[in-house]
Ligand binder design. Structure first.
Ligand code: ATP
Ligand code: MG
Length: 422
């Protein structure tokens, strides 16, 4: 039997050819987070299984059948995180970050779900997420949605539409749940196995079914709005007004729910038609009860997560995204004596121009070959130092896109280089 070692199904290597694009995307994401005053939190990939069971909910796809759960050597049940919110809340409570204050956090990292791998659905995938604590009004809901809208525009993305809904309060949801159980109970013959299981314990989850055959039945189910109380209505209307003010087009989808149990009031998704069946790139909502449920003091909270594989697929598909992260300057060494002159020159340039990225050509390839590499790197300028230049205290600047090359004295080099970037 062949025993070729391969990565685990649904888990992928990101190879050097693709990491530059990932880094560009990550740089944009970090800029976005900083520009709204959010701070990064990093939590472990492994947590106690109980954390996810108590937060995400027992009767959810994730906890029932998607978690990577195992006993460690002490017999403790641990799970690889399937999402980021639970760990973030756990850490916030544990370190006293959430009590009586407003906190804006973000995280980025890999998540693990044992799903059937397909385009846009993997067993290891990346999410960037935001969690905002201590703010109860619809303005923070709007801020989160505005951040995501800004991200699409920073990335030059089109065809992503926003759906929003309200899941109201716990009481209102209980009444809605009873109505759904009643409705779907009358149509048991049309439900699939999963939905039958959800019928009594968690009928809201039937609305989130991926089974296309259930679509017509779900469309006929009662909408939550019939059960929405005045306070929930005011929050929802407030959010819609703020979105209108900000010019953010949105659509109310009365049957939008989230796959996790902890949501209340606002829920939203950004969906694109350009990625086939796995079209949700961002999903979020309010979870005012979760902090208390996990042992903290009552704290309003809202968050979202973006699936980064789906986002980068969309960038690839629409050919958008931040421009190349090519080096600014590629330093070539053409002296007979070897590497020293070029290596030192590159270092001098880094000292003088810390904002520029400078790549030095290592090794002793011929000038033509080095120029080819310089060109392929996407650099804007090549700087060449050969024996003649060295003897004359000069270097050659060769713009790689158009313009003539020229020789220039070392003392004027930095100024001359800078003029190309103005
Ligand atoms: P879906 O309805 O597609 O299963 P979900 O409701 O399970 O998504 P969330 O738990 O809200 O998704 O996660 C937020 C985002 O993370 C999703 O909108 C999606 O972009 C991404 N995501 C979720 N599961 C996966 C996966 N298995 N592979 C890749 N991306 C995923
Ligand atoms: Mg899912």
């Amino acid at each position: 039997m062949s025993n070729k070692l391969q990565s685990i199904r649904g888990m992928h290597d990101i190879l050097p050819a693709d990491t530059a694009a990932w880094q560009r995307l990550e740089a944009v994401l970090m800029r976005l987070m900083a520009s709204y005053g959010y701070q990064e939190i990093r939590t472990p990939v492994l947590e106690r299984t109980e954390l996810f069971a108590r937060s995400i909910g027992d009767v959810t796809d994730i906890v029932e059948k998607e978690m990577y759960t195992f006993e460690d050597r002490n017999g403790d049940s641990l799970s690889l995180r399937p999402e980021g919110t639970a760990g973030c809340v756990r850490a916030g409570i544990e370190h006293g970050l959430l009590h009586n204050q407003t906190v804006r956090l973000w995280y980025i990292g890999t998540m693990y779900r044992h799903e059937r791998p397909q385009k846009g659905r993997y067993r290891e995938f990346r999410q960037i997420g935001v969690e905002a604590f201590g703010m109860a009004g619809p303005d923070i809901d709007a801020e989160l949605i505005m951040m995501t809208a800004r991200l699409w525009s920073m990335l030059g993305l089109k065809n992503v539409r926003l759906e929003i809904n309200s899941l109201g309060s716990g009481e209102e949801r209980s009444a809605y749940r009873r109505a759904l159980t009643g409705f779907f109970g009358q149509h048991k013959d049309r439900l699939d196995e999963d939905s039958l299981k959800r019928l009594d314990k968690n009928p809201l989850r039937i609305l989130d079914s991926k089974n296309p055959e259930l679509k017509p039945l779900i469309a006929a189910a009662p909408a939550f709005s019939e059960f929405m109380g005045a306070e929930s209505r005011a929050h929802f209307d407030g959010l819609r007004r703020l979105l209108d003010q900000a010019g953010i087009v949105h659509e109310v989808n009365p049957r939008l729910v989230r796959g996790l149990d902890y949501y209340n009031l606002t829920v939203f998704e950004w969906i694109t038609g350009d990625l086939g069946a796995q079209g949700t790139v961002c999903a979020g909502g309010r979870y005012d009860g979760l902090v208390e449920q996990l042992g903290g003091s009552p704290t309003p909270a809202i968050g979202f997560a973006i699936g980064l594989e789906r986002l980068s697929a969309l960038i690839g598909q629409q050919n958008s995204g931040p421009s190349e992260l090519a080096p600014d300057i590629y330093v070539l060494n053409a002296t007979a004596a070897g590497e020293g002159a070029g290596l030192v020159l590159a270092e001098e340039l880094r000292n003088a121009m810390p904002e520029r990225s400078i790549v030095y050509h290592c090794g002793s390839a011929g000038l033509k070959n080095q120029l080819k590499r310089a060109d392929r790197s996407g650099a804007h300028l090549a700087v060449i130092i050969g024996d003649e230049e060295l003897a004359a205290g000069e270097v050659t600047i060769k713009p790689l896109r158009g313009q003539e090359q020229r020789r220039i004295g070392r003392s004027e080099l930095v100024k001359a280089l800078q003029s190309y970037f103005e």
